[in-house]
Design a protein around this ligand. Structure first.
Ligand code: GDP
Ligand code: IMO
Ligand code: MG
Length: 405
């Protein structure tokens, strides 16, 4: 058996959470492999909204176990809040239902101070200010704190060394330090919160992947990839399918379909190039209709037309086998729909309705013809279309693929 990876083909917020949740129904494990509390994945079920940040989007199914891989970073304060919200939604994530790799790195107050300091300078990236970049920095610098360290005797020394090393840099910039005591408080919180969830088995998926259906859930998107995205306006982790193998103990040969999620238009939060950006009333209208405000920070998202040149690049970089195009409903009734392809902006007649008729068994001719154009030009089949925010608002174009073949 092979297992699908769900990832974003644009600048994040494509609707990965919703697709992951729908695949979770048939799965036994949902596994996150990158990012941390910078992610915000929205799930709507029967009028109730839940946003996952560090926790995988398999939370709403009680039969699903969720795994946070070593490639992720974890902020204990943010996780505590997230677990409380999940619990309020009626889905308690006790012990076995949430496993956290003991090798994942912790985001502590000092990382958040470093992120804010870096962002307040003249070359800001427009980060989520969740301490993500600095957490990956201290990981690479080999002085980060891992989940497993919390339960070892040398933990005090490690936290002290981290604070001493990085406070020296903070002091050099005349900024206020993050005290050992502030960081230690979060370490103590983490010791209490994480104990029941720690997974130290180095190769759990070697056997699990033979018989149990898994979904690997990416955060951010291909164009925000640290190496292949629009550097320096990127996140600090890899977002391509290879990160699913690097950031988890999941056997490479068991990774299969790559389900790339893209919006029918585009959004971006934070700084960086955006060729098709609509900095006008069209952009404002689509932002309002699409509710384009960050799920994590609440920031208004920049909005623009679909860039098929970038979509083709993302399909190639990710070796995407199936595209899911979300938010088709948001453009319904627009005078025209536009997309950039081979360097020029093209215009298409927009669909007046998603479906051909009330039977909802086929898409309208205009939407079908637009989808055919996009998939041919992008180089991967559009297998499904998002028709609204609820779990049920989805149309499989043709037979539902078997993603675990
Ligand atoms: P993620 O980070 O990729 O999981 O995406 P976000 O949750 O940050 O942003 C996607 C937003 O679009 C959320 O508000 C979703 O509820 C919503 N959404 C996802 N798919 C659709 C769709 O097909 N139509 C509409 N109207 N909303 C959608
Ligand atoms: P999901 O998983 C959209 C963006 C930030 C900023 C850049 C770097 O919900 O799709 P960081 O805090 O990671 O150092 O910020 O990356 N960014 C996201 N944009 N969706 C996300 O996650 C994002 N995670 C980070 O806005 O431009
Ligand atoms: Mg999001």
């Amino acid at each position: 058996m092979k297992h699908p990876i769900v990832l974003g083909l644009q600048y994040g917020d494509e609707g990965k959470g919703k697709i992951t949740d729908s695949l979770a129904k048939q799965s036994e494990w949902v596994i996150r492999f990158n990012g941390g509390s910078n992610a915000g994945h929205t799930l709507w079920v029967n009028g109730k909204k839940l946003v996952t940040h560090s926790v995988p989007s398999g939370v709403l199914y009680s039969h699903v176990k969720n795994y946070i891989g070593a490639g992720c970073v974890l902020d204990p304060v943010s996780l505590k809040k997230e677990l409380a919200e999940i619990s309020q939604s009626g889905s308690a994530l006790k012990g076995e239902r949430l496993r956290i790799d003991s090798r994942a790195h912790l985001t502590l107050p000092i990382h958040i101070v470093l992120d804010a300091a870096r962002e307040s300078g003249s070359k800001s990236i427009g980060t989520t200010r969740k301490g993500i970049g600095p957490t990956y920095t201290t990981k690479m610098d080999r002085c980060g704190i891992r989940v497993g360290d919390l339960f070892e005797s040398g933990i005090q020394d490690k936290v002290r060394f981290l604070c001493d090393t990085y406070n020296a840099m903070i002091r050099a910039q005349d900024l206020s330090e993050s005290s050992f005591e502030d960081n230690w408080k979060v370490v103590e919180l983490a010791q209490e919160l994480l104990r029941e969830h720690v997974a130290s088995d180095p190769t759990p998926f070697y056997d699990i992947a033979k018989t149990h259906k898994c979904v690997l859930e990416g955060a951010q998107g291909v164009l925000l990839d640290l190496d292949h995205g629009t550097y320096p306006y990127v996140t600090s982790s890899n977002t391509l399918p290879s990160a699913a193998a690097a950031g988890t103990p999941f056997p490479l040969s068991r990774l299969g379909a790559v389900i790339g999620v893209a919006k029918v238009y585009m959004t971006r939060v934070g700084s960086g190039p955006f060729e098709t950006e609509l900095d006008n009333e069209d952009g404002e209208r689509i932002r309002a209709k699409g509710g384009e405000f960050g799920a994590t920070t609440g920031r208004p998202r920049r909005v623009g037309w679909l860039n098929i040149d970038e979509l083709r690049l993302a399909v190639r970089l990710s070796d995407c086998t199936h595209i899911v195009l979300t938010k088709a409903d948001i453009l319904t009734g627009e005078p025209v729909v536009k997309a950039l392809n081979k360097g020029s902006l093209k215009e298409f007649p927009c669909w007046k309705s998603i479906y051909k008729d009330d039977s909802r068994t086929a898409l309208s001719a205009e939407l079908e013809s637009y989808l055919s154009y996009v998939e041919t030009e992008a180089g991967a089949k559009i297998v499904g279309v998002g028709t609204g925010s609820d779990r049920a608002d989805f149309f499989w174009r043709g037979e539902t693929p078997d993603f675990w073949a």
